[in-house]
Design a protein around this ligand. Structure first.
Ligand code: FE2
Length: 249
C-alpha cells in the first residue's frame, strides 16, 4: 500500500495556524527561500525560517517557533501519532512538485553531504555550519526503519487542495495526465501516510485554492505495532481511498 488517509482527529485551529505561517522578507537561492525578517538571527533561527519551517529538528528538540506559534501541532502530534522518536517535523509551503521520492528530500541518505553541496551549486549557503548535515547513527538508521514499516511517510494538510497529490510509476519525468493517479484526502481528516522510500509522487496545485498550500511532514521512528494498528484501522475506515502500487500503472 502506498497511500491511505489516517483515522485521526483533524488538526485543531487550522485557519489560525495558517495565518501564523507567514514571512515578510525573503531571499532566494539554491538553498531555498529564506525568511530574513528578524535581525540578529542565530544560524538555528535562520535555518528555521525557510519557507519550510522546522517544528522539530533532528531528534533534539521542538523548535522555538513550534513552541511559540504552533503549540496546537505539538499537542496533536504528541497525542495522536505512534512515534517513538522524531527526526524532523516540518511545515512546508508547497507548490508544484514533479514526481519524486521523499526520502531524498530529507537528506537521510549517506550522500547527505554530496547532496547538500549539489543543492548549493557553488553558491555560498547562508548556513555555514555543516555540522548540521553530519548524521548520527540514529539518523542513518531511519531509512531501513522506514523501508520496514512503509507506508510510514506521515503528512498532514493545514491548507490547500485535497485531490492534487498523485502517485506515478516513474520519477523525474514529465508525465502525461493518464500517468498520474490522484489521491483523495477526505474532509473529515487532515492526515495521511504515503510510502516515502520507494513511491514516486507529485503535486499539481490548483491556482487560487493552493496559493497557500501548507503541508506538514513527519520523519522519525514509529512504534511498529501502534503504527500498524493505526494503518489497519485507517484502511478499514477509508477503504475507497486506499492506493496500492498495483493501481499505479
Ligand atoms: Fe514528496
Amino acid at each position: 500500500m502506498i497511500f491511505v488517509p489516517l483515522d485521526l482527529p483533524p488538526i485543531p485551529n487550522k485557519s489560525e495556524l495558517v495565518k501564523r505561517f507567514v514571512g515578510t522578507t525573503y531571499i532566494t537561492g539554491h538553498c531555498g527561500r529564506i525568511e530574513v525578517e528578524k535581525e540578529n538571527m542565530t544560524i538555528t533561527d535562520r535555518f528555521s525560517h525557510w519557507t519550510e519551517t522546522n517544528l522539530y529538528w533532528r531528534d533534539r528538540h521542538w523548535t522555538d517557533i513550534a513552541k511559540k506559534d504552533f503549540p496546537e501541532i505539538i499537542d496533536w502530534v504528541q497525542t495522536n501519532l505512534p512515534f517513538e522518536k522524531y527526526f524532523l517535523i516540518r511545515l512546508g509551503r508547497l507548490y508544484k512538485a514533479d514526481p519524486h521520492i521523499d526520502n531524498n528530500l530529507f537528506w537521510i541518505s549517506q550522500q547527505a553531504d554530496d547532496l547538500y553541496n549539489k543543492l548549493n551549486n557553488g553558491e555560498v549557503c547562508p548556513f555555514p555550519n555543516t555540522d548540521m548535515f553530519k548524521y548520527t547513527d540514529f539518523e542513518n538508521s531511519i531509512y531501513e526503519h522506514q523501508l520496514a514499516n512503509e507506508p510510514v511517510g506521515y503528512r498532514f494538510i493545514l491548507s490547500g487542495s485535497r485531490d492534487t497529490l498523485y502517485m506515478s510509476k516513474d520519477q523525474r519525468v514529465k508525465l502525461s495526465d493518464d500517468k498520474k493517479h490522484y489521491c483523495m484526502i477526505p474532509e473529515d481528516t487532515d492526515s495521511y501516510v504515503i510510502d516515502n522510500c520507494t513511491q514516486p509522487h507529485g503535486v499539481d496545485p490548483k491556482p487560487g485554492i493552493d496559493d497557500d498550500r501548507i503541508v506538514g511532514f513527519i520523519v522519525g521512528l514509529v512504534k511498529p505495532k501502534e503504527h500498524k494498528e493505526l494503518v489497519q484501522r485507517s484502511v478499514e475506515k477509508y477503504k475507497k481511498y486506499v492506493m496500492t502500487k498495483e493501481m499505479v500503472t
